[in-house]
Design a protein around this ligand. Sequence first.
Ligand code: FAD
Length: 557
Amino acid sequence: MLRITELRLPLDHAEDALRPAVVQRLGIADADLLSFSVFRRAWDARKKSAILLIYTVDCELRDEAAVLAAKQGDPHVRLAPDTRYRFVGHAPADFFAQERPRPLVVGFGPCGMFAALLLAQMGLRPIVLERGKEVRQRTKDTWGLWRRGVLDPDSNVQFGEGGAGTFSDGKLWSQISDPRHLTRKVLTEFVKAGAPEEILFVSKPHIGTFRLVSMVEKMRAEIVALGGEIRFGQQVTDVLIEPDGDGGHLRGVTLASGEQLRADHAVFALGHSARDTFTMLHQRGVFMEAKPFSVGFRIEHPQGVIDRARFGPNAGNPILGAADYKLVHHARNGRGVYSFCMCPGGTVVAATSEPERVVTNGMSQYSRAERNANAGIVVGISPQDYRQDGQSEGPVSPLDGMRFQRLWESRAYELGEGGYLAPGQLVGDFLKKQASRGLGNVLPSYKPGVRLTDLAQPGRESLPVYVLDAIREAIPAFDRQIAGFAMRDAVLTGVETRTSSPLRITRNRQYQSLNVRGFYPAGEGAGYAGGIMSAGVDGIEVAEAVARAMLGIPGDT
Ligand code: FAD
């Protein structure tokens, strides 16, 4: 199979124009092209009036060797890489015949799901422990917060089957380096579970919330069919660590019910919001360290403004869909400001998991047809910042970032004046440093609602002053890239504090905790992923590490 990259065709090319373009590019007769498939389709919108589609195409040829020889030195015609996934091993059928403890997976978000799926596919029959509820019930509970302002601390946007990514835009791209093509394994499993096939080839695939819900159920069914077990409403509240010379070995976990489960291998895919569990693990001496993350606001514009700025006369073209953006600004105060988790045609959602705190995030459906575009506009902060702004004394503790997040999430709740309303302000007022008194033509989508205020009122700031200053400088700079970005009526809502984990549960080359063997920190909560795709890939790699350890297969990965 040969792969052609950078094959460019106009946005409005005829459906049957691809084959002659391939034939021409390879310099062969039409009959010598046996078949072809699109591996990726991206677009180049630098010239808005002449947007190009850029294809990567895999071709089966009558005489591959001859074409390869003729195209020697052409960087865009190469052998297609083998992207098939290969398991590191399989458990023999009688593996669990003796009293051998089964591997545990704590947390059933994208990382835990892929860890459990891979373990199940390798015959290792994992037991999954998830503190939240199964996805249908969880959906009802999550809507309870959005519609009625009633939070269930164990069943919400962060906790429950499918993890934090379930009520999301379902964006599936990631910038991780992927020499083993593990992202392909993730996409292939998602398609098996009901995701649209196009995610295998569009350059920025997304799924949207509705489909994610049913996909999660199908993946659960496959794990169970392969001998795995999934238990909902089972929060791990303690770990049993048997001390030895240099640290300890995990021997089991305790659940909130008091039940104890024996385990020598457990994947902890907790997500970034498992604050009580982080605290427990810290008390038990599991090594962890503070890490940087980002805080800011959500910003909402009419989607049409973003479409026109990005696609000009081609705005609304169905191939391009609703436009996204990715923006970065280096502020004079030394802070990096960037757009985060942009959701075209979506809504801003209440994403807290703790009572009397307000956290924003964004989601959308597959159609991305809502009126507004939204994105986090966030500023990077370091552990040194929490020492200055948090309330802890002494050296930076791994838990300080969490305390810092809580401080600003509680402030947001106060500024919203209760009922989980989010404090908000029009961009024009934020730039002029004046409180907002009424909405303009952008209606904020956050539910249960937005309370207009001054997000930077001296003495009652919604975020640290250096964050507010950096965002105030960045918005006009972003307007120079996306005309209309600084429009007066655009709405800021806050606060966006859970952009990534505030700590890292550091691991070694075997993917185990630095000081507790058998303990496999994984995914976003452990500081090893950011987003659905990278969490899924991390879950695969950690499952492979567990399989190697359990099956006695040498190697680091
Ligand atoms: P999580 O998904 O957070 O899963 C952790 C799971 O562990 C949870 O289900 C939790 O209930 C469980 N758990 C925690 N503690 C315990 C315990 N003690 N015992 C048992 N279970 C426990 N990313 C993208 O790539 N694209 C997007 O479009 C996108 N949109 C998002 C929109 C929203 C609203 C949110 C909140 C996040 C979004 N993200 C998106 C981020 C993405 O969801 C996360 O990066 C991803 O879910 C991390 O996966 P994870 O498995 O590591 O952790």
